[in-house]
Design a binder for this molecule. Structure first.
Ligand SMILES: [Zn+2]
Length: 195
């Protein structure tokens, strides 16, 4: 089931709207089962689209898996396999330990370190797939995306990438990073004194 993309308005005639659904229909009561995000054009949200794409990708991965895997057989270990498989499509340079640029946000030169999926992408992806799994009939108790191994893996990736790239995902450290205040304006600049 693909979404119909909005046709490019080559024949631009903004006055002609064939289906003025949901545009101004305050009287319609949507049942609670229906999709919540009722945007004016009734297009599912970006998140929903992304979730569906991710889910399709995962299902395809399962189909191509050798030996074949069904959803029901899928465990956290398979999710980890999937996440590692996705690394080959990653766009985030993650430096290895011996690389001289380890820990630099903007390395001055290229290096042979691999591109990976950024932790933030993986984390969001797992969240979407976790939801999709249950929306597709999976039981929460057996949800492989909620497996402990997956959580641990994500944490490892986060920790390693934050070191390798000099990016801190958490504000645990005491040292204030006064280095690059131009680039990354942190949303909570107010330093609450904790100590
Ligand atoms: Zn490197």
């Amino acid at each position: 089931m693909d979404l119909l993309p909005e046709p490019p308005s080559a024949n631009s005639n903004p006055a002609v709207y064939e289906t003025p659904i949901a545009f101004s229909n305050p009287g319609i009561v949507v049942s609670p089962n229906a999709v919540q995000s009722a945007s004016p054009s009734s297009v599912p949200s970006r998140y929903e689209n992304q979730k569906r794409r991710d889910w399709n990708t995962f299902c395809q991965y399962l189909r191509n898996h050798r030996p074949p895997l069904s959803l029901g057989m899928c465990s956290g270990a398979h999710v980890l396999e999937f996440l590692r498989y996705l690394d080959q499509f990653g766009k985030t340079k993650v430096h290895n330990q011996p690389c001289p640029f380890f820990g630099l946000v903007n390395p001055p030169a290229p290096c042979p370190c691999p591109l990976r999926q950024a932790w933030g992408s993986l984390d969001a992806l797992v969240g979407r797939l976790r939801a999709a799994y249950e929306e597709n009939g999976g039981k929460p108790e057996t949800n492989p995306f909620g497996a402990r191994a997956v959580r641990l893996y994500l944490r490892e990736v986060r920790d390693f990438q934050s070191k390798a790239r000099g990016v801190s995902y958490e504000k645990k450290r005491k040292r204030p990073k006064a280095k690059d205040s131009m680039m990354m304006a942190s949303p909570t600049a107010a330093s609450s004194s904790s100590g």
